[in-house]
Design a protein around this ligand. Structure first.
Ligand code: SAH
Length: 399
């Protein structure tokens, strides 16, 4: 067994708690652990053993997290070293080669557990890679991971945006800044299907742009012609720019973030389109205002931020999703379409559909599902790790 000696730190599981690992699910919860030998520190690689001592593989140890360890490999003969970690990153990047050879230069290169690199998210925008280290394990391998990303062909800059709130659960401080190469360009843009979107690497949401809505952008492009479009939770106006560029008759965008809307205006300029009205407002209040003024739209995009961070917040979040979708359905003109999403991992597609069905019922409208929307191919969902699925949406058509 690679690297196993008397000093190897080990986690011994409770009886029968090896079952999820046998199915290659990568998480070891604190409650599954019977004992820890060798006092491993944050991010150290530990051998995971079943209650009978059988080796199950190697994991990164997270002493502050409920998810106490995340599996690097289920092969106990595999050595977890710089070469292995680098190869994981390069294999993940290689899986995006076809996507990046197509009509975009921007994609998620590494999606954490879904790509066998727990705690690393790395998004590429042209020559710039923006990454987040969200677990103690990824943090411990930060230099190796940064080198691996910097070594990818055509990468000029690796920038860290480890300011996601999930780091708190791991006992990690926020950290941002340049990791490798030259400073990111202030004029950095993501190119996609002939459109250009400004990416604010230092101050934008997540890593600067919502790569996970790529398939939705294609849907909007195909639906926008001659429609009055309302883009709620517009962020930097990607849907608005595409709708305008594809012949929408009018576009309105709502977001509570002034800087996001300023970038939306810049995106309109970059693409030489008129995206109409930008409303800096709370979406709940703004939608009620539009309803009270009897406004009507032919295509509404409703893409709120994560409203439930956990199962515990699901009830409250469900009410918020219901309110938003009720208001949106009421604003649909006869024959109007609603693209509506939840990016809360705790919200299943099944529950989301029920919530939206309740909204349509309350609005007294007949609404049909004509398509379902998902996170795109660079945000894969391993069959053994369904938790990777977080973004789901409905493409709806009202009578
Ligand atoms: N659809 C966008 C991404 C939306 S992210 C895209 O494809 O790029 C969610 C957005 O909701 C963020 O821009 C955030 O500023 C905004 N937001 C959060 N709470 C809000 C609220 N109460 N009212 C309006 N906008 C809000």
């Amino acid at each position: 067994m690679a690297g196993v000696n008397a000093r190897t730190a080990r986690i011994r599981l409770q009886p029968n708690r090896e079952r999820s690992l046998a199915r290659r699910h990568p998480w070891v919860f604190s409650g599954a652990i019977a004992g820890v030998d060798g006092s491993p520190g944050p991010g150290d690689t530990v051998l995971v053993q079943a209650s009978d001592g059988a080796a199950l593989g190697w994991a990164a140890y997270s002493p502050a997290s409920q998810i106490r360890a995340r599996m690097w490999t289920f092969d106990e003969s595999q050595r977890v070293d710089a070469e292995f970690v680098t190869a994981q990153v390069h294999a993940a990047a290689a899986r995006r080669a076809t996507l990046l050879a197509g009509d975009t230069d921007s994609a998620r290169l590494v999606f954490s557990e879904a790509d066998g690199v727990p705690g690393l998210v790395a998004d590429r925008y042209g020559d710039t890679v923006v990454c987040q280290f969200t677990t103690a394990g990824a943090d411990a391998w930060r230099d190796v991971l940064a080198d691996a990303l910097a070594a990818l062909p055509g990468v000029a800059c690796v920038y860290e945006r480890s300011d996601a709130d999930v780091r708190e659960r791991e006992g990690l401080e926020a950290r941002t800044g340049l990791l490798r190469g030259a400073d990111p360009s202030p004029d950095l843009v993501a190119h996609e299907s002939g459109f250009r979107f400004a990416v604010d690497v230092a101050d934008g949401h997540k890593t600067g742009f919502y790569l996970d809505q790529r398939d939705a952008r294609a849907a909007v492009a195909s639906l926008a012609r001659d429609r009055r479009v309302l883009n709620v939770f517009s962020y930097t106006g990607a849907f608005s720019v595409i709708a305008a560029g594809r012949g929408a008759s009018a576009v309105t965008s709502i977001d509570s973030s002034g800087p996001a809307l300023a970038t939306a205006a810049r995106n309109a300029e970059l693409n030489a389109v008129d995206i109409g009205e930008l409303m800096e407002a709370d979406a709940f209040t703004a939608l009620r205002g539009l309803r009270d003024r009897a406004k009507q739209y032919d295509l509404i995009c409703l893409d709120p931020p994560k409203l439930a961070n956990s199962e515990k917040q699901l009830d409250k979040a469900t009410r918020a999703y219901k309110d938003l979708n009720l208001l949106a359905v009421k604003l649909l003109a006869p024959g109007g379409m609603l693209l509506t999403w939840s990016c809360s991992g705790a919200m299943t597609m099944d529950l989301f559909q029920k919530v939206v069905a309740g909204a349509a019922l309350d609005a007294k409208r007949t609404v049909r599902i004509v398509g379902r929307l998902h996170q795109p191919s660079d945000h894969p969902v391993p069959l053994a790790f369904p938790e990777a699925e977080y973004l789901k949406g409905l493409n709806l058509h009202a009578d």
